[in-house]
Write a protein that binds this ligand. Structure first.
Ligand code: NAD
Length: 499
C-alpha cells in the first residue's frame, strides 16, 4: 500500500497525524494508496514556513517569477502522459479527458506568464498642481487554495498559477480523493526553480480546512467544491477577515429551440451530459427542449446515442466515452436520486441501473440514464446529481425555458441551441447565469477571460483566472506624491481638494 505525503519546503514529508484517507482506483474499487490528513499543527508549521519563503519570492521581479512558470509549463508538457495516467488512475476519467484536465490548467499558467504586464499599476501625472498619483499591485502574502476531486490538475493550477505570479506563497489543500497529481505538480514547480516553501501541498480534510480558515497568516482563500462547503468556507473565511472566493455546485441547462440542428444538439448533449461520467461542474444535466414536437424529435435522436455510450476503465482503449464515478458513495447517491426520479413520475427512457462491466464488478461504474417528462419540482431537477444522468424537462415556449434556467438556485453555466440570432442574443442578455454557451454546450471561458458562476454557484465578487485572478491575488496601494517645490508654506486644515 502506497503511503502518500505532504509536500512542504520542497520535499515530500510523511504525515504525523496517524489519520489517513483511502485513495481508490475507481475502475477496480481497490484502495491503491492512503493519504495523510494533516493536523492543525502540521498546517500551521507549513504556513509559517511559507510566510518566510514568500518574502524571498515577492522580492524577485515579476518577469523572473514568470520565467519559473514558463519552465513549469515546459515540464508539465514533458510529463503530460505520466500526469494523465496518475490522474485517471485516481479519478477514473479517460486518458484524453485527463490530458484535457491538465491542459486547461496549463493554459491558465501560460496566461500568468503575462504577470509583468498584468501587475502594472496606474499613473496620473499632475493629478493636481505638482502632485502625481500612482498605484501599485502588491502580493497578499500567504494564500490558500482548497480544491475538489473532479479536476485534480486544472483547478489546482487555476489557483497556484495566478497566486504565484502575483508574488504570493500558496498552501494548496487538494481533494483527499485524488491527491497525487497536485503533489506531482508541486515537484515540477521545484524543478522549475520555485524556491522551497513557496508552494506547500498539505493534504487533509475538514480539520485542515478549518486550520486554514482560522490561521491569521492566511490572507486569502480560493475554494472550489460543493455549495454547502463553499458557503461554510465563505462565511467563516470572511468572518476571520480574509479575502475569499468560493465556487460551488451547478445544474446546467441546455435549451433546445425548435429551429436548432437537432443532430448537433443531440451530439452536444451526450458529450456534455455524460463526459467524465457527468462529474463536471459545467456538465449539462438538464435538457430543455422547447415544444413537444422538438422534444419528441430530440428524444428520437438522443436515445440511441445514449444507449450506445461506451463505459469503461481508462485503460479500456480510445473508444471509451466515460469511466467510473469517484467513490462507492457517489454511486449510491446517484442510484438514490435516480430512484426519486422514477418515484416522482419522470420517465426513464434509458435505464443504466443494471449496468455491469465484466472484470470490473467492484468498480464504481454507473450506466447512462436519460429521463424525459421531468418537472421542476422533482429532486432530479433541483439537486446536483453529479453522475451520468440527463434530465429532460419540456418547456412549452422560449420564455418558460428561459425562466427555468433563470430561476434555478444554481447559476454556473447554461447553453442555448438555435439558428435564431435574435433569440440567442436575448437569451444571453437576460438569463441569470454566469457563463453562457450559444450552440456551445460547455462554455468554460479560455484562460484570458474569467470563469465564475452566479447565485449558489459562486460566492465572492471576483472570478477565477483571467484578469480577475490578478485582482484577487494582489492588493492595490495608491500613492499620492508631491516634491518639495510643490509644497506651499503653512499647514492646511481643510480636506485637500484638487487645484
Ligand atoms: P467537496 O465540497 O466535497 O470538496 C471540496 C473540498 O472541500 C475538498 O478539498 C474537501 O477536502 C473539502 N471539504 C469537504 N468537506 C468539507 C467540510 N465539511 N469542511 C471543510 N472542507 C471540506 O466537493 P467535491 O465532491 O470534491 O467536488 C465536487 C463539487 O465541486 C460539485 O458540487 C461540483 O459542482 C463542484 N465544482 C464546482 C466548480 C466551479 O467552478 N463552480 C468546479 C469544479 C467542481
Amino acid at each position: 500500500m502506497q503511503e502518500l505525503t505532504h509536500y512542504i519546503d520542497g520535499k515530500h514529508i510523511k504525515g504525523t497525524s496517524e489519520r489517513f484517507a483511502d485513495v481508490y482506483n475507481p475502475a477496480t474499487g481497490e484502495v491503491q494508496a492512503k493519504v495523510p490528513l494533516a493536523t492543525s499543527e502540521e498546517l500551521n508549521r507549513a504556513i509559517a514556513s511559507a510566510a518566510e519563503a514568500q518574502q524571498v519570492w515577492a522580492a524577485i521581479n515579476p518577469q523572473r517569477r514568470a520565467r519559473v512558470l514558463m519552465e513549469f509549463v515546459r515540464l508539465v508538457n514533458r510529463d503530460m502522459d505520466k500526469l494523465a495516467e496518475a490522474l485517471s488512475r485516481e479519478h477514473g476519467k479517460t486518458l484524453p479527458d485527463a490530458k484535457g484536465d491538465v491542459q486547461r490548467g496549463l493554459e491558465v499558467v501560460e496566461f500568468c506568464i503575462g504577470a509583468p504586464h498584468l501587475l502594472k499599476g496606474e499613473y496620473s501625472n499632475s493629478a493636481s498642481r505638482g502632485i502625481d498619483i500612482y498605484s501599485m499591485r502588491q502580493p497578499l502574502g500567504v494564500v490558500a487554495g482548497i480544491t475538489p476531486f473532479n479536476f485534480p490538475a486544472m483547478i489546482p493550477m487555476w489557483k497556484i498559477g495566478p497566486a504565484l505570479a502575483c508574488g504570493n506563497a500558496v498552501i494548496l489543500k487538494p481533494s483527499e480523493r485524488d491527491p497525487s497529481v497536485p503533489l506531482m505538480l508541486a515537484e515540477l514547480m521545484t524543478e522549475a526553480g520555485l524556491p522551497d516553501g513557496v508552494l506547500q501541498v498539505v493534504n487533509g480534510d475538514k480539520d485542515a480546512v478549518d486550520a486554514i480558515l482560522d490561521n491569521e497568516t492566511i490572507q486569502a482563500i480560493g475554494f472550489v467544491g460543493s455549495t454547502p462547503i463553499a458557503q461554510y468556507i465563505y462565511a467563516r473565511g470572511c468572518e476571520n477577515g480574509k479575502r475569499v472566493q468560493c465556487f460551488g455546485g451547478a445544474k446546467n441547462h441546455m435549451i433546445i429551440m425548435p429551429d436548432a440542428d437537432l443532430d448537433q444538439a443531440a451530439d452536444a448533449l451526450v458529450g456534455a451530459g455524460y463526459g467524465a461520467a457527468g462529474e463536471r461542474c459545467m456538465a449539462i444535466s438538464v435538457a430543455v427542449p422547447v415544444g413537444d414536437e422538438t422534444a419528441d424529435r430530440l428524444m428520437e435522436k438522443l436515445v440511441p446515442r445514449v444507449e450506445s455510450l461506451k463505459v469503461g476503465p481508462y485503460t479500456g482503449g480510445e473508444d471509451v466515452d466515460y469511466g467510473p464515478v469517484v467513490t462507492a458513495a457517489a454511486k449510491e447517491n446517484i442510484a438514490r436520486l435516480v430512484q426519486t426520479g422514477i418515484d416522482q413520475g419522470a420517465k426513464l427512457l434509458v435505464d443504466g441501473r443494471d449496468f455491469k462491466l465484466q472484470g470490473y464488478e467492484n468498480g464504481f461504474f454507473v450506466g447512462p440514464h436519460l429521463f424525459d417528462h421531468a418537472t421542476t419540482d422533482m429532486d432530479i431537477y433541483k439537486t446536483e446529481i453529479f453522475g451520468p444522468v440527463l434530465t429532460t424537462v419540456r418547456a412549452q415556449n422560449y420564455e418558460e425555458a428561459l425562466a427555468m434556467a433563470t430561476d434555478h438556485e444554481y447559476g454556473n453555466g447554461v447553453a442555448i441551441f438555435t439558428r435564431d440570432g435574435d433569440a440567442a442574443r436575448d437569451f444571453a442578455d437576460r438569463v441569470n447565469v454566469g457563463m453562457v454557451g450559444i450552440n456551445f454546450p460547455i462554455p468554460v471561458p479560455l484562460a484570458y477571460h474569467s470563469f465564475g458562476g452566479w447565485k449558489k454557484s459562486g460566492f465572492g465578487d471576483l472570478n477565477q483566472h483571467g484578469p480577475d485572478a490578478f485582482k484577487f491575488y494582489s492588493k492595490t496601494k495608491t500613492v499620492t506624491a508631491r516634491w518639495p517645490s510643490g509644497i506651499k508654506e503653512g499647514g492646511d486644515f481643510s480636506i485637500p481638494v484638487m487645484e
